[in-house]
Design a protein around this ligand. Structure first.
Ligand SMILES: Nc1nc2c(ncn2[C@@H]2O[C@H](COP(=O)(O)OP(=O)(O)OP(=O)(O)O)[C@@H](O)[C@H]2O)c(=O)[nH]1
Ligand SMILES: [Mg+2]
Length: 300
């Protein structure tokens, strides 16, 4: 009987190195939101890729940081938990860094991990000439016994297929964890909330996107109508932020809603009705109870 390989591969690294962009590229679907700003991802996000004789469950994680209050602690805990019981870790580091700027923080976190670790030098498309990558590759090789060190670009696709192949090779023989048509194990409501959050990142500035949490209150396909009806709340920390998010005459909220709706329609393939409202939940990022109510629950 032919063997089947399956396992979990954690995408791990500092904020903004391109973990979510790589997850989307490897899975071939936009599952995780992306922004040019650090600390976009707040939770563990899976993306499942199937091939002949194998299944890889990629696990995108929040960027590794220190501090940041109760929400920050939740995010760091999420990173640590995501590293438990995975079959392979891909440490993502920016290819644009100089060898002298190498960051040892993530390597320290990996100290207890027994499995294979790949080092992916991300955003390699930004480095020219490519020979500039060699000293960095050498520097990382000296730092940790990586099984592979490879430059990648999730934007132009450099080495992404190669990374997938190498990942499959190290996975154990194991039956598939999910049915072959499964893309992720997050519920649709989570995905919808993230799309709204991505638009907040896109259209608002400074502290605003960080002060927002989105919760889907209702997601229904109404009988007899090929249409998704979605009601979601955006929670902000202060009254002034509510005003910014709503905008003059409601213009900002409308812009967030209509761009999110377009993405959701493309993803679900049916018309979407999206109703957004903005609520103030004072200092929710520092409030353990509010965090739980807004969906920041520990998974184990
Ligand atoms: N040029 C280039 N830009 C990239 C690449 N991968 C990601 N980016 C950009 O880098 C920024 C951060 O990407 P994300 O995927 O959100 O990074 P992340 O590591 O998930 O960030 P956090 O969720 O904040 O930890 C975005 O502006 C991306 O478009 C790449 O391969 N090349
Ligand atoms: Mg991310």
């Amino acid at each position: 009987m032919a063997t089947f390989r399956a396992g979990f591969v954690c995408l791990f690294g500092r904020p903004n190195v391109g973990k979510s962009t790589l997850l989307n590229r490897l899975v071939g679907e936009k599952l995780a939101i992306v922004s040019p700003r650090p600390q976009t991802t707040r939770t563990r996000i899976t993306g499942i890729k199937n091939g002949p004789g194998w299944q890889v469950v990629f696990v995108d994680t929040p960027g590794l940081t220190e501090g940041g209050g109760p929400l920050g602690e939740f995010m760091v805990k999420t990173v640590h938990r995501s590293l438990e019981e995975v079959d392979l870790v891909c440490l993502l580091v920016p290819a644009t860094a100089a060898p002298g700027e190498m960051d040892e923080g993530p390597l320290k976190v990996l100290a207890g991990f027994r499995g294979p670790v790949f080092c992916c030098l991300t955003k390699a498309d930004l480095v020219r000439p490519k020979t500039r990558l060699l000293p960095l590759i050498e520097a990382y090789r000296r730092q940790y016994p990586f099984k592979e060190v490879l430059p990648i670009s999730a934007v132009d696709g450099t080495n992404c297929d190669r990374l997938l192949e190498l990942a499959v090779e190290v996975l154990p023989e194991h039956p598939a964890y999910f049915p072959p048509d499964t893309l992720t194990d997050q519920p649709e409501t989570f995905f919808v909330a993230e799309v709204v959050r991505e638009k907040i990142f896109q259209f608002t500035h400074q502290e605003i996107p960080y002060a927002c949490a989105v919760r889907v209150e209702e997601l229904t396909e109404r009988q007899g109508e090929a249409r998704l009806y979605i009601r979601a709340s955006i929670f902000v920390e202060q009254v002034s932020q509510r005003g910014i998010l709503i905008g003059r005459g409601g213009a900002m909220l409308k812009k967030i809603g209509s761009t999110a709706r377009r993405d959701l329609e493309a993803f679900f393939g049916i018309p979407v009705y999206l109703e957004l409202k903005v609520e103030v939940r004072r200092n929710w990022r520092r409030d353990a109870r509010a965090l739980r109510e807004l969906g920041f629950k520990s998974t184990s």
